[in-house]
Design a protein around this ligand. Structure first.
Ligand code: GDG
Length: 750
């Protein structure tokens, strides 16, 4: 635990994190002890459990609000995770959180069970706060980092983030339902919210039906093409190109083993016995555990239970209902009213039905420690989950996970996400009070064998899809690779062994970020020692050629790369080539020269606006580098350069890379360059390794027998991945070894 107010900003570095989670609340709570001392304590939620290992392995940071208004905290580290607090003022808390999130979106997304309020000031605050979260993420994320945004409070963050940081891989997960179009379309800001979400690469929902509702809304409001779970989102440049967004369901789950472990502790089982005892050892204990929320169907449950007592179908001496209603959103008026209504109902029912020895309903308006919750789950014969609408409902899964004794009956509303998976529960429509009553009686009377049969099946399901599975599946879809581990993966080793057997091999390598770690001053970039040594080994034999394929101008590439003799070079994204016959210089036509001059004037003027921006000149174009600027300022500068150039000069090729935008008067790309290199050396197979977006053209030019390796995070069509320049060096060493081994094997043949 850390003191929150100490000087900790020294730990925080801009652009340092490869994996970022953004959620409204941080996974830690700020606590003030009675002695005035303050500290941070982990708030043990499923999301934290799920993401903790991922965050630790991937140099992760968590961005969110610390739970206290009008306080600004410095970033700090907690249990190995970097925490980046985002401040909220008291009025933002009221308008963005209690207002727009919990009194507009929450009721709207839960099928207007309560009427949503629409206020323009709330929307303004929502936009403002979403922007603050997006800026914090843009600042913290490294090049090509994965940013995973959580839940309905932050739906605008994906688009805002994509605009300032197009290099990022952005995911979004919606923990609550997404409503049908007829309801969603009531939202005055329906287009802005959809557009906000569509900034993500993957949008996750709890149920397939939610994802379907979302895709339908996108078709209705934007007319974009959708195919199954894929939505083609035009890139906004009017060139007909589209970005692929995936919208599908990833049902969330719990740390099932963790719950079972608590349930197996002797002291927790003892506590469960004590609970039964203190309730007078009734034959049947029914249990409800919910945040006190109108979506949870608490009133319907109480009504059904009351009628069963009234009609004599349940006997108060034999059946007790325990209702835990943990306090929630107490500053929102609808919630205050709900609490009054429920407490009035409980009071009436207890007044009507309790006896001196037996209380009908034990109503508990508290939060409890997790151990106590588990003891309650163990003590309960029937678990009542009667939500009118619920994204998932984790309580249902927790009950199942705790029942290692394979006993207990889960009664589950069809309107929960959990009901898609937990088919062996007793499923109910909570609006149908008669049906609900019958189901409650069925649950109470269910024979032991039937209970065990159902519970076994439910437990299998919860164990097979636990929360670690959930996050792994989402991240795999998002990155196409999950989190990349250091080293050369086995599948890639096998591919290297295969390609090493080819007759004439071309090893084509990007330079910056692939052979050489990225540095602030491009003239300082150098290939790692190990990579240089491996390249020399590879280049020393006649049947292997090495090429360095870079966006740099040839002159600069020759200077920093100082490659071994015989290395082929491709500079300026293929505009310049240096082959065995010597340099291929390009001769620009007069019109191209004139364009180049005009281009230089414009971009120089724009670069001068921000200290730290610099220009790299190339034979047929130039690059504006913004690496030394914050990503937001850099992106803005790039955008204004792009707009002016495109407005004032015709037929110019523009490409963006990592913190760089390039303009060329003659077009070529790394793919074309690779094709020429392949022909030049008459290669029978090739391997290409690169880290940047411009390397995607090269990957696209590969044949089926070739091997493409992407370095680092970020979307890629390459088949394989490694994490860093160190791993590239290892890859090249292994390739040299494999090549030697293949040659040796061949020489042994007569
Ligand atoms: C949203 C969606 C979706 C409750 N009282 C206490 C306590 N809890 C814990 C439960 C459970 C969690 O809170 C509640 O989760 P639910 O899923 O049931 O519901 P929401 O809070 O509405 O959550 C929901 C979820 O996000 C995840 O995506 O499933 O549909 O609405 O873990 O155990 N825990 C402790 N004391 C309490 O008094 N310790």
């Amino acid at each position: 635990m850390h003191a929150p107010d100490s000087e900790r900003d020294d730990l925080y570095v801009d652009h340092a994190y490869d994996m970022i989670v953004v959620s409204n609340r941080l996974p830690v709570d700020y606590e003030q002890g009675p002695d005035g001392e303050t500290r941070w304590r982990s708030s043990p939620g499923g999301l934290v459990t799920a993401l903790e290992p991922v965050m630790r392995n991937a140099d992760g940071a968590w961005i969110g609000w610390a739970g206290v208004a009008d306080r600004d905290f410095d970033p700090f580290e907690h249990d190995g995770i970097s925490i980046i607090p985002v401040p909220l003022s008291a009025s933002e808390l009221e308008e963005y959180y209690e207002g727009f999130s919990n009194d507009t979106l929450w009721p709207l997304y839960h099928d207007v069970i309560a009427p949503p309020s629409f206020h323009r000031e709330w929307w303004d605050a929502y936009v403002r706060v979403n922007r603050r979260f997006a800026e914090a993420a843009a600042r913290a994320a490294s090049d090509g980092a994965v940013v995973w945004v959580q839940d309905y409070q932050l739906q605008l963050v994906p688009r805002m983030l994509r605009e300032s940081r197009p290099d990022l891989v952005i995911g979004f997960f919606n923990h609550i339902p997404f409503p049908a179009y007829g309801i969603y379309s009531q939202l005055p800001w329906r287009r802005q919210v959809l557009d906000g979400l569509l900034g993500a690469d993957v949008i996750g929902f709890q149920r397939a039906a939610d994802a379907g509702n979302f895709s339908r809304a996108v078709r209705r409001l934007f007319g974009y093409t959708t195919r199954g779970t894929i939505i083609d989102v035009p890139d906004g440049r009017g060139d007909g190109d589209a970005r692929r967004v995936i919208a599908r369901h990833f049902p969330i789950s719990i740390d099932a083993a963790g719950f079972e472990e608590i349930a197996r502790r002797p002291e927790v089982q003892e506590r469960a016995r004590e609970i039964r005892e203190s309730l007078g050892n009734p034959e049947t204990i029914m249990l409800g555990v919910d945040r006190l929320d109108y979506t949870k169907g608490i009133r319907h449950r109480l009504k059904a239970f009351g009628e069963l007592l009234r009609d004599g179908r349940l006997d108060v001496e034999k059946a007790t209902l325990v209702q835990v209603a943990s306090p929630s959103r107490e500053r929102v008026e609808t919630y205050r009213q709900l609490r009054d209504e429920i407490e009035l109902m409980v009071g009436r029912l207890n007044g009507d039905h309790s006896t001196l020895g037996h209380q009908a309903i034990a109503y508990l308006h508290h939060g409890y420690p997790r151990d106590e919750m588990v003891a309650l789950y163990l003590a309960a014969d029937v678990m009542l989950v009667t939500a009118l609408r619920d994204g998932m409902n984790l309580v249902a899964k927790e009950y199942v996970a705790c029942r290692f004794d394979e006993d207990g009956v889960l009664l589950l509303s069809e309107f929960t996400g959990a009901s898609d998976e937990l088919r062996q529960a007793v499923l109910v429509n909570p609006h149908d009070i008669e049906g609900l009553k019958d189901a409650m009686v069925e649950a109470v009377r269910m024979p032991k064998r039937e209970r065990a049969r159902r519970m076994r099946a439910l437990r299998r399901r919860v164990r097979d899809n636990d929360v670690a599975n959930w996050s792994a599946r989402f991240l795999e879809t998002l990155t196409g690779a999950g989190i990349i581990r250091p080293g050369v993966p086995d599948v890639l080793r096998a591919a290297l062994a295969r390609i090493a057997e080819t007759e004439r091999l071309l090893v084509a390598l990007d330079f910056d970020g692939t052979l050489a770690p990225l540095v602030d001053r491009p003239e300082d970039a150098r290939a790692t020692e190990r990579a240089r040594a491996a390249i020399e080994r590879l280049a020393s034999s006649d049947d292997t050629r090495v090429a360095i394929v870079s966006g740099r101008a040839l002159e600069s590439l020759g200077h920093v790369a100082s490659p071994p003799e015989g290395t082929l070079l491709s500079g300026s994204h293929g505009v310049e080539l240096q082959l065995d016959s010597g340099g291929v210089t390009i001769d620009l036509r007069d019109s191209e020269l004139a364009k180049l001059e005009r281009l230089a004037d414009i971009v120089e003027e724009i670069a001068a606006q921000e200290e730290g921006a610099w220009i790299e000149r190339k034979p047929a174009g130039l690059a504006l580098h913004t690496r030394r600027l914050s990503s937001t300022v850099g992106a803005a500068l790039q955008q204004s350069a792009r707009q002016r150039v495109e407005r004032e000069i015709k037929d110019i090729t523009v490409r963006t890379g990592k913190a760089v935008i390039e303009f060329a008067v003659r077009s070529s790309d790394k793919g074309e360059s690779l094709t020429r290199l392949r022909q030049h050396v008459a290669a029978t197979a090739l391997i290409y390794v690169g880290d940047d977006v411009t390397d995607e053209d090269a990957f696209a030019a590969l044949d089926a027998d070739d091997v493409g390796v992407k370095v680092g995070q970020g979307k890629s069509i390459a088949t394989y991945r490694v994490r860093s320049t160190e791993d590239v060096a290892e890859l090249l060493e292994r390739l040299a070894d494999a090549r030697d081994a293949a040659r040796e094997a061949e020489s042994r043949w007569p």
